[in-house]
Write a new protein. Structure first.
Length: 186
């Protein structure tokens, strides 16, 4: 457990993403998510598993080497198992779709029926960072002022269905946002 910014994204992890067949664009996204997740985790001031925050952010979309569909979470977890990634990272890959589905939602979406809830603050920070990076990368806020994505998070999710997806997903992301911002503010 580290508390400082000495967490570095390892070249060998990026090589692993390349070898798995992840596109340059997806790797760039994953690096940005890892960096953003680490930054947010540090700002909370909490003692967190920073290695997991960084590597979880980096590998969360591994399954996009196979598909950009909903199944990329499940496929990523299967690929991670073969690559010998820690179980915590494989679980995150499988659970991160739409920010952690309930069993009912999994059933509706045709995914294996189980609880995909993000149970740790680290998991929630990674997935919050993932959504923030999408907002920043898509140019919804100025690249020069990334904090605007946090300041306007709820408004942006409500205004752009592609980020909020549906009411359950939107409410889940808003919950993570409020929890994490409260931790940062305390």
């Amino acid at each position: 457990m580290s508390h400082s910014m000495d967490i570095k994204i390892k070249d060998e992890d990026i090589d692993m993403l390349h070898k798995a067949g992840l596109s340059g664009e997806d790797i760039a996204h994953s690096v940005k998510v890892a960096e953003k997740a680490i930054e947010i985790a540090v700002r909370t001031g909490k003692v967190l598993d920073m290695e997991f925050v960084g590597r979880g952010g980096l590998f969360h979309d591994l399954g996009k080497a196979a598909t950009h569909e909903m199944e990329h979470g499940k496929l990523g977890a299967e690929m991670g198992l073969k690559l010998g990634l820690p179980e915590s990272i494989n679980a995150l890959m499988e659970k991160h779709i739409r920010g952690g589905l309930s069993q009912e939602e999994a059933l509706e979406l045709g995914l294996p029926v189980k609880d995909y809830t993000l149970t740790t603050l680290e998991e929630r920070i990674i997935i919050y960072a993932d959504r923030l990076v999408d907002i920043i990368t898509d140019g919804i806020v100025s690249i020069k002022d990334e904090r605007e994505a946090e300041d306007r998070f709820e408004e942006i999710l409500k205004g752009f269905p592609k980020y909020g997806k549906n009411e359950k997903t939107l409410n889940r992301y808003v919950g993570y946002h409020r929890e994490i911002q409260a931790a940062i503010g305390s």
